[in-house]
Ligand binder design. Sequence first.
Ligand code: PEP
Ligand code: MN
Length: 333
Amino acid sequence: MAAQATEEQVERVAAKLAAFKFDVQRLGGSHPIMLGIASNHKDFDVRHIELLDGVQEVVRTAQSIHLTNRSAKPKGTTVTVKGVVIGGAGVVVMAGPCSVESAEQIDRMARAMKQAGVRVLRGGAFKPRTSPYAFQGLGEEGLKWMRQAADRHGLAVISEVTDVSKIPVMAEYADILQVGARNMQHYDLLKELGKLRKPVLLKRGMAATIEEWLLSAEYLLAGGNHQVMLCERGIRTFETRTRNTLDLGSIPVVQALSHLPVLVDPSHGTGRRDAVLAMSRAAVAAGAHGLLIEVHDDPDHALSDGAQSILPDQLGQLMKECGAIAKVLGKTF
Ligand code: PEP
Ligand code: MN
């Protein structure tokens, strides 16, 4: 309200807002008076208010992150998958190959993951590849093999859903549906996943701001799916020595803004096997709720992302070091 606005004018504005069914709050001290409303009514014409006597200015706050906002759930969200709790005071490692390559390979990898202490097996069956000539994934068959391997070794499954038409098959075989960086703003996919009652891990788009990332998560929550996790996987910058620039600064920022668990993928985040261990340690130290790691036992012959896949032995080292860091922070690992 304008500095010289009368009490009568303030009340008229408040009444008008209330008539539009907004929940009005009087903010701050006595002068200047501010009236605050929380709403996701994006197309409300602010001129209805702006032109009333005594109004100084109508300001829209950044964007409408309501359900994703930390204030909606101050204690934080936890997502439970096959007894594995993601979020809260725990650090969870999800690991496995970039792609499912054969029934034997995924079974070998599942066994190695279990041995290392990993509880969630990753592996892509539907692969979003930059080149149409690159390996596109084994599809439903690969997904079945991964489910069988995971069940054999007592692991949960995370795999990427690339399209609305793939949701039923993904929901049948996977415990967590991953939305990849390239699909973070695939809004039709997000809307459909919002109707699902299964955990979704939403990766940050490679050119997405934190605001845009959280708004994509908001789509899932707005649809009624509250089992949502975020995953920082690096963003594209001018740097070329790494595949992406792993923005670990986003972790505390997102955790302040939102109640959703945040994981980190240092494999896509750096694109280099020799950087994965260090960035995993850094991610846990920065407060990540978990890690998503690519592992391959013959990375030179991997069908995708071999250069950034660590060996099972290196995963053992990672589990040891990250576990120690988690302990220092009073977290379970
Ligand atoms: C993946 O996890 O294999 C993947 C394709 O990741 P991103 O979407 O982060 O590129
Ligand atoms: Mn990959």
